[in-house]
Design a protein around this ligand. Sequence first.
Ligand code: GTP
Ligand code: SPV
Ligand code: MN
Length: 583
Amino acid sequence: MSTTLLALENWVKQVVEHTQADKVVWCTGSDTEKQEIDELLLETGDFKKLNEETHPNCFLHLSDPQDVARVEHLTFICTEHKDDVGPNNHWMHPEKAHAKIDDLFSGCMQGRTMYVIPYCMGPIDSPISRCGVEITDSAYVVQNMRLMTRMGTHALNRIEAEGHFVKGLHSTGELDPDRRYIMHFPEELTIKSYGSGYGGNALLGKKCHALRIGSYQAKTEGWLAEHMLILGLENPQGDTHYIAAAFPSACGKTNLAMLIPPEGYVQDGWKITTIGDDICWMRPGEDGRLWAINPEAGFFGVAPGTAKNTNPNALAMLYKDTIFTNVGVTEDNQPWWEGLDDKVPAMDWKGNPYDPEVGPAAHPNSRFTVASKRCPTYSPKAENAKGVPISAIVFGGRRENLVPLVTQARSWAHGVLMGATVASETTAAATGAVGVVRHDPMAMKPFCGYHFADYWAHWLTFDKDGANLPEIFTVNWFRKDENNNFMWPGFSENMRVLEWIVNRVSNNVGAHSTALGDMPNVQEFNLNGLDGFSRDDLNKLLTVDLNGWKTELANTTEYLNGFGERVPDALYKELDNIKSKLN
Ligand code: GTP
Ligand code: SPV
Ligand code: MN
């Protein structure tokens, strides 16, 4: 027996019996364990060693080509009542779901090793943190969980003391897309995932626990589990504001979280520190503010587009102790992806000689896994048990037209409406068509574990006596001109928008009111040192296209109507208010 917790011991025994695993390994999180599993992965070919001189302790993993992204059509929320999951989720009755997936798990680990990974989402000593145990037959998953969570003995100690945990059962199965399911049982705090080894489908602490199960728990317990980065922005006076921002998958969270401000800002004393890049758990503190932690301990970031000029902090952390998944490699065995530099890769992500006629060297959703502490701007505050107080919440999406660069909500309820009505172009982070505009409220479309209407109602409950809530904003870095070029330079220049946001929070800058909300006065917006971008250009990014917005709001109304009577009246009131201002 490797635990004093009977519930855990019994569950592990039962899984061994059911899956017929050959061998059970209880993960401790030790360095020796890491090395042993690395060696095993090298032996099986699941890891390939990268250039030890340029990239010490870095490995390449190439997935099955049919298993490279989240599979939303195979992801289910399984609750007693169908109504509870809403039109935003696929539903299956728990009894049916268990039967279906248990059948797949039956005997699936014969001849395989089963790893038991106790993990803690959030700092080990934080009351906001929550623990889980993932059982998996994938050593690759173990090595990713090692970087992405606080796993091993410390987590097990906390689980044994608390007596409860989220159960996550995972097997790569046959990696057959027709024998694949990602199932969540929020009422049982249980996850079962079969047939995929890819990130969000397989690292169960991340989207499955921290967002789908987490959002369900957060609703019942009075907190928020969100698909948000958290950054600290220190101004030249030395005050730090924490900003949480929700953008859909592959829409810029990692980049913004570790942004290095433009030269002039750095000289003036502005500084950005990183708390998290994907998930934020926050709850009201005694002072009425929302206090947030990053439940993760690492970054599972998009590789393509990561370069010296876009995200130098990411490059600085990626030359060591990193797992690369589905990238290409150069002749001298260095990881390579589109946008990195002008080298020509030798091998593509399928392990074939690189041929630009065939496709990109790196899969568009290729990823790096690296510990947060490798990030040069990683903030020691990320380890705070209490979390950090949030001054501003930002919602965003990828929209090539219509949506302005930045807008501030008039109130909390208006901000909740803004979040609820975000639409964004789909990306390679999930299987399916790319570039299709779809509604993605609060960037949670694939991740909210219950009915969206109840989720918006939950958001609205935070506005109560004694609350000291963050200001809410929307942004869009992705407007394009008639030549299909991005109109806003983005990346480090997004600092200019962050400056406006914190100045609004501390009442240091003006704004003008529009139908959509408050927007920067073009003359006041800091464009110092930004070559090739004029006030006219800025004006274009801040214009409200009245007719375009009338159509957008008609779509939005139809979308909200799709959630039926559970949609809070307050959202319709805010929507009507915008409509009347547009007329
Ligand atoms: P997930 O990990 O899937 O949740 O994605 P993410 O939201 O963290 O997105 P990430 O920061 O990895 O960016 C995704 C893609 O968008 C990358 O290819 C980036 O280079 C690109 N990107 C990020 N920020 C900007 C920006 O400000 N402007 C433009 N044009 N592209 C950006
Ligand atoms: C996302 O898709 O939002 C990611 C990657 O952050 S995954 O782990 O697959 O969810
Ligand atoms: Mn994400």
